[in-house]
Design a binder for this molecule. Structure first.
Ligand code: MN
Ligand code: MN
Length: 299
């Protein structure tokens, strides 16, 4: 059964996510700080009357995902960069998740690989299709252009107050037999790499998510946790917390909360072979005709 009211919220969230992605894409230029682009994207989302689904992620070159500028981050885009802009919005927790890649160098074919993989995958989305079939189309499209799909990153179901829910939608043929059903909301996100096609964690995590509710003793940690609970289990970043608390206290509390198993860390993910990475992502409502809720005239 379709929950039309929830799907309408998803369509509205998707429309703004798509526009925020396109807006962010235009801001990416050599010399511009990543921090400025992340903050402008988040402002754009709030100005359009919806919530932020997760902190704007802006990952360069070998970093495939989860780079989020830290407070005072002075990193700027450089000529030659390949930049992934990944944006999330939410209405009453119903999330839309979308990403694109900006080419500041000579990466046309690599960029095309993830985009074509996404387009080809969307063409076969309908009730009854298996996740293995989608993975096969993604993997083969990327492989045909001479690149590797990233095998340990995948698309996913998109939930309410949960960015990632089942099923995992692979970027290669896993033979997975889980089928999609009408009204299901999924994100498909092919990553194409010139390197290993596998990612590993980098240090310096800036993205966190509350995983458990527990009382805490320490007064600093408790104050931070009170703020974090306002995110309703959605991902958040250090940059947001330093608007309300000194950086030292934020860092202390984040470590404490992680040790206690109350929050989880989502560090940047980089290609293990040092390859360049492109990504394309849309949120889709599964139906006889798939509805791409993050689609705009641009992407
Ligand atoms: Mn995403
Ligand atoms: Mn996603």
């Amino acid at each position: 059964m379709r929950d039309e009211e929830a799907l309408d919220k998803r369509r509205q969230a998707g429309k703004i996510a798509g526009l925020a992605r396109d807006y962010g894409k235009k801001l990416v230029k050599p010399g511009v700080p990543l921090l400025d682009v992340a903050e402008k994207i988040e402002e754009f989302i709030l100005d359009h009357g919806v919530g932020i689904g997760f902190p704007a992620q802006i990952s360069r070159n070998v970093i495939a995902a989860h780079y989020c500028p830290c407070p005072g981050d002075e990193t700027v885009f450089e000529k030659g960069d390949l930049v992934k802009v990944d944006v999330g919005t939410e209405i009453d927790g119903y999330i839309a998740d979308t990403a694109t890649t900006v080419n500041l160098g000579e990466h046309d074919k690599l960029l095309r690989a993830s985009r074509e993989a996404l387009n080809n995958a969307i063409k076969i989305v309908k009730p009854g299709v298996t996740i293995g079939e989608i993975g096969k189309v993604v993997g083969e499209t990327i492989g045909a252009l001479g690149f590797k799909p990233i095998r340990n990153l995948s698309g996913h179901g998109v939930g309410q107050y949960k960015v990632h829910i089942g099923p995992s939608i692979p970027n290669f043929d896993t033979g997975g037999t889980t089928t999609l059903h009408d009204g299901q909301v999924i994100a498909i996100e092919p990553f194409a790499s010139t390197g290993a096609g596998l990612v590993s964690d980098l240090p310096d995590c800036e993205i966190f998510m509350q995983e458990a509710k527990k009382p805490v003793r320490n007064i600093i940690t408790r104050a931070l946790l009170k703020e974090i609970e306002k995110y309703n289990g959605l991902p958040f970043t250090t940059r947001w917390l330093v608007k309300k608390f000194p950086l030292g206290k934020v860092q202390y509390a984040l470590r404490d909360l992680h040790t206690q198993g109350i929050i989880n860390n989502y560090p940047p993910l980089a290609d293990r072979g040092g390859g360049m990475v492109s990504q394309a992502e849309h949120t889709i409502i599964v139906g006889e005709k798939p509805e791409v809720v993050t689609k705009t005239d641009v992407e």
